[in-house]
Ligand binder design. Structure first.
Ligand SMILES: [Zn+2]
Length: 319
């Protein structure tokens, strides 16, 4: 299918955004005015070829359900785990992808220009836009892993190599549990869903929920893990505010389904941590956090915004 030129695409009304996760893809269609016109979820395939197929299927289903044609699509953006460099995804282990030239392959398949960004960075942009945040903010993702995206004046701060916001691998407990990165006591070992499930080690579909329930019932091991969850997330908030002085740290990711049991615990840990320090109390960290509402499409919406920022050189057709 032939790609369209930038001029051809000008004025087309639909921006598509896809948040590709380990188990599902969330796709949104966004109008030129920024309104979400349609949203759906589809399972994600395993491995590079299956990921491309799942993306194509999600876009086709979204077009059919929302009632637009692919010819109406100005751009598509994808938020995906792993390291993203110029449209190529590297080391997305939860998707079975070692290296995938996603932007080129999806563009060729669908005839729509694609832009790819790391999923947490895309969600940060989406959260900022959905909240209407004019000021700078940080988005802390508490999911299987832990990472943050920092938005400054409406734009993602990527850093020189795209690692800005990787607070999950700040070691805050040097003698602590071993992290997948090779260090001990990383923030992610305390408040990452994957690390918590491993530390808990008991069967169950929702290990972090089981930990909180067991802690409420007085299980000492679960109480220690729950304290670590709250303190690890509090440490992430602390480092984000101390390095960037963002007004808001918006918390998203799978663990936010815990609701108040997560938010209240993080707030309490932030207050406790500031107990003896007039300086830390003056930062009012507990007042700066906010949980993303359950089911918020921040990831897919942010991906649509990333796609809409397509530089002209990336939408010139190949060949
Ligand atoms: Zn680590």
């Amino acid at each position: 299918m032939a790609s369209a030129t930038a001029a051809d695409r000008a004025g087309r009304p639909i921006r598509v955004g896809l948040d590709v996760g380990g188990t599902k893809i969330e796709a949104v269609a966004v109008s030129a005015g920024g309104e979400i016109l349609g949203l759906l979820r589809r399972p994600t395939g395993w491995g590079a070829d299956a990921v491309i197929e799942s993306i194509a299927e999600a876009v086709a289903a979204l077009a059919e359900e929302t009632g637009f044609a692919l010819e109406d699509v100005a751009s598509a953006g994808v938020g995906i785990p792993g390291l993203v460099d110029a449209g190529t995804v590297l080391h997305a282990v939860n998707l079975g992808v070692e290296s995938l030239d996603l932007a080129d392959r999806a563009s060729a398949l669908l005839g729509v220009p694609f832009v790819v960004e790391n999923d947490v960075k895309a969600a940060a942009l989406g959260a900022a836009a959905l909240r209407g945040a004019e000021e700078s903010m940080a988005y802390l993702n508490l999911g299987t892993g832990v990472a943050a995206g920092i938005v400054v004046d409406g734009r993602i701060w990527r850093g020189t190599r795209g690692f800005a916001g990787e607070v999950g691998h700040l070691s805050v407990a040097p003698g602590g549990r071993l992290c997948g990165c090779g260090q001990r006591g990383c923030i992610e070992t305390l408040c990452g869903g994957g690390a918590l499930a491993k530390a808990w080690g008991r069967p169950g579909a929702l290990p972090v929920l089981d930990i909180l329930d067991a802690a409420d019932a007085g299980d000492p091991e679960a109480i220690a893990l729950r304290n670590g969850l709250h303190q690890g997330a509090a440490a992430a908030v602390r480092v984000l505010v101390l390095t960037t002085d963002v007004d808001r740290v918006i918390i998203g990711g799978g663990l936010t389904s815990l609701g108040d049991r997560l938010e209240d615990g993080i707030r309490a840990a932030l207050r406790d941590g500031a107990g003896t320090s007039a300086f830390m109390r003056s930062l009012r960290l507990d007042e700066r956090i906010e949980l993303l509402p359950a089911g918020s499409p921040a990831g897919a919406f942010g991906a649509a915004l990333v796609g809409a920022s397509t530089p002209t050189k990336e939408i010139v057709p190949h060949g």
